[in-house]
Design a protein around this ligand. Structure first.
Ligand SMILES: Nc1ncnc2c1ncn2[C@@H]1O[C@H](COP(=O)(O)OP(=O)(O)OP(=O)(O)O)[C@@H](O)[C@H]1O
Length: 309
């Protein structure tokens, strides 16, 4: 039996806007029935990548295949098989929430039940509310409903929970989880590492239009034999001197001014060495934490910048 093509396969994608190279040789593979999160700071090229995959933008170079098709030349045949939730949603201002959803459902051969979907997404109370009167979170959830009502094989969600309160975010996360259980492939963008960690089978971290790291959240944040101790203190202390004070094999860095990281096995002796060393510098080690690496740390180590910058 012939294996179906992967939902998304991108090789060497380049997209420029004038002098700005938004996407700079990006590769991406979304496996069937899995959730991939494109994680990166503002302007990293996430939306541009997704819009090329959706067929809304054309690549300057590289190869893009979505469900085996080139979205640049076959957008109509693809449209019926994919669901798209654009950043910020979008609908006619006066249309009622359910009207909008019924309109989209009518374009599909086998839509989900609109009443069921509005219930699941907590939109029952605003079925007759004009789109422009919905809260930002409700507009987002309606956009998500529109993206999935046609039972797509593949869904693109561009920052699906941006600006949502924790309750709204939970509803969206539960729906993404349900899509995965139903075998739907999901490509989402986010700059929230907790969202990527909670939802994604595969995380692709992008910066300046390039992939800087990828893997499962567990693999990306795995500690080899390493633990980390982080603390805040006055900036500019000599980390080489700190390394010299620690047992052999330990590392220390100040990736952001005033924020220090010590890598190695953290035990009470090491902790006391660090705090004593700080005291000798006339500094107080504040906000001391022993932590597992987060995706935020991975990004910081790779780029020297914070995801939320
Ligand atoms: N239509 C456009 N014209 C010119 N430059 C653009 C256009 N769209 C995006 N850019 C630029 O391309 C780069 C990548 O933008 P993109 O929106 O893809 O990033 P992003 O990772 O989705 O960011 P965000 O998280 O803010 O949505 C940015 O420098 C942005 O300013």
């Amino acid at each position: 039996m012939k294996t179906p093509p992967p939902p998304v396969a991108v090789r060497g994608l380049v997209k420029r806007y004038g002098r700005t190279t938004a996407v700079d040789g990006l590769d991406l593979d979304l496996a069937a029935g899995s959730v991939l999160a494109l994680l990166g700071p503002n302007g990293a090229g996430k939306t541009t990548t997704v819009e090329v995959c959706e067929g809304f933008l054309h690549a300057d170079a590289g190869e893009v295949r979505v469900l085996g098709l080139d979205p640049a030349t076959a957008p109509d045949s693809l449209r019926a098989r994919i669901g798209v939730m654009p950043q910020g949603g979008g609908a006619y201002p006066a249309v009622h929430a359910t009207e909008m959803l019924r309109l989209v459902a009518a374009c599909s051969a086998h839509p989900l039940d609109v009443g069921w979907l509005t219930g699941v997404l907590g939109l029952d109370g605003c079925a007759r509310t004009p789109y422009k009167r919905l809260s930002g979170g409700q507009q987002q959830r309606l956009a998500l409903a529109c993206a999935v009502v046609g039972r797509p094989e593949l869904v693109f969600l561009d920052e699906p929970t941006a600006g949502m309160d924790p309750q709204g975010r939970r509803v969206v996360w539960d729906l993404v989880e349900a899509l995965r259980r139903d075998g739907v492939a999901v490509l989402l963008t986010t700059h929230l590492m907790e969202e990527a960690e909670a939802l994604a089978d595969e995380v692709v971290i992008v910066d300046h239009g390039r992939v800087v790291a990828q893997g499962s959240p567990a693999a990306l944040t795995a500690n080899t034999d390493q633990q980390e101790l982080r603390f805040r203190a006055r900036s500019g202390m000599d980390v080489d001197d700190l390394v010299a004070a620690l047992p052999a094999g330990y590392g220390a860095a100040e990736p952001i001014a005033g924020r220090y990281v010590v890598q190695g096995r953290i035990d009470p002796t090491v902790l006391s060495i660090i705090t004593a060393w700080c005291a000798r510098q006339g500094a107080l080690a504040d906000d001391v934490q022993v932590a597992k690496r987060s995706l935020e740390d991975v990004f910081l180590e790779l780029t020297g910048r914070e995801l939320r910058s």
